[in-house]
Design a protein around this ligand. Structure first.
Ligand SMILES: [Zn+2]
Length: 218
């Protein structure tokens, strides 16, 4: 976790989701006495209120500022055709998605927005970092989590702020299981984390729920 201390000035905004990865970073930063605040985005994900509750609880426990942004992004369904029937699926409006309590699509540019907004809040507080939590396996999952994305994003950020600003992903060299091991050492209570972005209580059928179960089993 040496990457936590990179950068000058020290301190930063942690993009907090209430999940395992960002919570582990919160505890690691606290242990290293690096100042930070936790930023949560509600972008219409089904379990947003529950995720926010997790972020808020850890903020209180660690005595850190918690910030929340409610955002209604444009939305593109991941597939416009139902793979079983071949029929076109209706494009859901934000309100309809919210009522369904589900996310099943793609919000292009999302991670850029998160990082830039976090950078603005970091600069306001005199900090030079944005902390983004994604493990080794995640780096290949979406294009906007990978190494190339962060290299280019950091180049753009360095041109956008008065002081140096960069996004650091301190978990990028650790597997999901290794992150859990680290979290155990730091005393993270897994009951106070959530991984299902669809619903609360967790749906136990989605990809995120499956990965969580694998990571936390002894
Ligand atoms: Zn789930």
């Amino acid at each position: 976790m040496d990457r936590l201390t990179l950068g000058n000035p020290s301190g930063g905004i942690l993009l907090a989701t209430g999940g395992i990865d960002s919570t582990v970073i919160a505890y690691a930063l606290t242990k290293k006495k690096i100042p930070f605040a936790m930023l949560f985005f509600n972008y219409g994900q089904g379990a947003a209120e529950w995720e926010w509750e997790m972020v808020r609880i850890h903020g209180e426990k660690l005595e850190k500022e918690t910030l929340r942004i409610d955002w209604t992004p444009p939305f593109v369904p991941s597939s416009s055709t139902d793979i079983f029937t071949g029929k076109r699926k209706p494009v859901l409006k934000y309100k309809e998605r919210k009522d369904l309590g589900k996310m099943f699509g793609w919000i292009g540019g999302r991670n850029i927005i998160f990082c830039v907004y976090a950078g603005m809040l970091a600069e306001e507080r005199g900090w030079g970092q944005v902390y983004f939590g994604a493990g080794l396996e995640d780096m290949h999952k979406d294009r906007d989590i990978g190494l190339a994305f962060f290299i280019h994003l950091n180049e753009a950020l360095s041109l956008s702020f008065i002081h140096p600003m960069r996004v650091i992903n301190p978990l990028d060299h650790l597997t999901g299981r290794e992150i859990v091991e680290l979290g155990k050492k730091l005393g993270v209570d897994w009951d106070l984390t959530t991984s299902c972005d669809r619903a609360f209580p967790p749906c136990n059928v989605c990809h995120n729920c499956g990965v969580r179960e694998e990571r936390l089993e002894e």
